[in-house]
Design a protein around this ligand. Structure first.
Ligand code: SF4
Length: 426
């Protein structure tokens, strides 16, 4: 069968699609890039935000209308989070849950005989050392654990991904070394929360980082999002791993969500703003070139103007390199969905003020790179020409001419809020 896979959402969901492709190709099915050539369409959904939910529903209806001759399989977080909606918009499609990837071949082959399967039960399937088709041949994504130890009030992802399940570190290391041996230059370590790795089965996140930092070959490792509450207790060991291994990008993604201790408590994030600031200072004291990304939710139902001012103050004080802003919206099954939302006007005004501070903070952060020499790994062609690479702090660097997959030296000649411009030097 010819299969077209469309993926939405995070790096973790991208890796799920790469496994679906690997399992199908292993059984002689063909993954096609052009939907017209396909017999079956797999939509791997994301459901993290309300606009994304709407987009998934629109996509399903579009596929049903414009490609009624093709079979449709719905995968991803929507399958676990909102079965009621799925029954309404895709009752005649096959469904596959995020914990069910290994049943994709069976689902496809039943669909070949017009038999629909809507299989959603949880499994203990391990998502490491599975066949995979990479979306970027140079970047290998490894899921180190699925689920989390959190109970954040605004979140519905935990309903899809479930309780923490950490995969065996020896298999993670084996997959990483195999990927490097097969020509990959970047290993992306991903999870809902990488810092909770091994908490339920006595494995060590910092040991895993040390092992990932000393594999054979020339490569870089990007560590995915870490929940501050889980890295705060192990921060010294994790910082040592970064200090001891140039192969680990000096980059951490630590979502703070708000600058207000009151709102942080109401979100059930289980740490304080002060603990967070101490964590950031510890990273910066030990790794001056560390770059720090964070996420902010604007307009959480209990957020007052005073709370919001604390968020603006925190952004200006910490000076994050990357700030992702999202508007709070009720999610199916999320604890905070019973709360009264802030008004549209308040949401619009705060989002506008937050983005102004965000753009200025990110722009000012990049000034320090001007006229510096950087070693970058070229990962892809630039969307607007040139080539895209990352320096050791996982800063996005554009250069006119380079070979994809190579490490080159550049001089930074200009900067924007989200990337640096450079020229090649010897
Ligand atoms: S936001 Fe909280 S509950 Fe949701 S996946 Fe992350 S840690 Fe888990």
């Amino acid at each position: 069968m010819n299969i077209y896979i469309e993926t939405h959402g995070c790096t973790f969901n991208q890796a799920d699609s790469e496994i679906l492709s690997g399992l199908l190709v292993d059984k002689k099915h063909k993954i096609v890039d052009n939907i017209e050539e396909s017999d079956i369409i797999i939509l791997n959904t994301c459901y993290v935000k309300q606009p994304t939910e709407q987009k998934m529903i629109t996509k399903i209806r579009k596929f049903q209308k414009e490609y009624s001759d093709k079979k449709l399989i719905i995968a991803g977080c929507m399958v676990e989070i909102d079965r009621k909606m799925l029954k309404k918009v895709a009752p005649n499609s096959s469904w596959i849950g995020p914990h069910q990837l290994n049943s994709i071949v069976n689902i496809v082959e039943n669909l070949e005989h017009d038999k629909i399967i809507q299989d959603i039960k949880r499994t203990d399937d391990i998502k490491v050392c599975q066949p995979k088709i990479r979306s970027n041949p140079l970047i290998h994504i490894i899921q180190i654990c699925e689920g989390c130890t959190g109970n954040c009030t605004f979140c519905c992802t935990r309903l899809a991904r479930g309780k923490l399940y950490s995969y065996p570190s020896n298999l993670i290391i084996k997959e990483a070394q195999n990927a490097i041996n097969s020509g990959c230059k970047e290993i992306d370590i991903t999870a809902q929360d990488t810092a909770c790795y091994g908490k339920e089965n006595n494995q060590s996140f910092s040991n895993l980082l040390n092992e990932l930092g000393q594999l054979d070959g020339k490569y870089r490792v990007r560590i995915g999002m870490m929940h501050p509450k889980n890295i705060i207790p192990i921060q010294d060991q994790v910082i040592d791993a970064f200090k001891n291994h140039e192969n680990l990008y000096n980059f951490v993604h630590l979502p703070i969500q708000t600058g207000s201790d009151k709102v942080l408590k109401e979100m059930n994030r289980q740490h304080s703003i002060d603990d967070y600031k101490k964590l950031i200072s510890n990273f910066r004291k030990n790794i001056p070139e560390i770059s720090i990304a964070t996420d902010i939710i604007v307009g959480y139902p209990t957020e007052t103007e005073e709370d919001f001012q604390e968020t603006l103050k925190l952004l200006e004080e910490v000076k994050f390199d990357i700030i992702h802003v999202s508007k709070y919206m009720h999610r199916p099954g999320a604890i905070s969905s019973d709360l009264k939302s802030v008004s549209y006007e308040v949401m619009k005004d705060r989002t506008h003020r937050l983005n102004e501070v965000k753009n200025k903070v990110m722009f000012d952060c990049n000034e320090k790179y001007l006229n510096t020499k950087q070693k970058i790994l070229i990962i892809d062609k630039g969307k607007k020409g040139g080539y895209v690479g990352y320096n050791n702090s996982y800063k996005n660097v554009i250069v006119d001419n380079a070979t994809i997959g190579s490490f080159i030296n550049v001089e930074i000649v200009d900067y924007k809020s989200t990337y640096l411009l450079s020229k090649k030097i010897n």
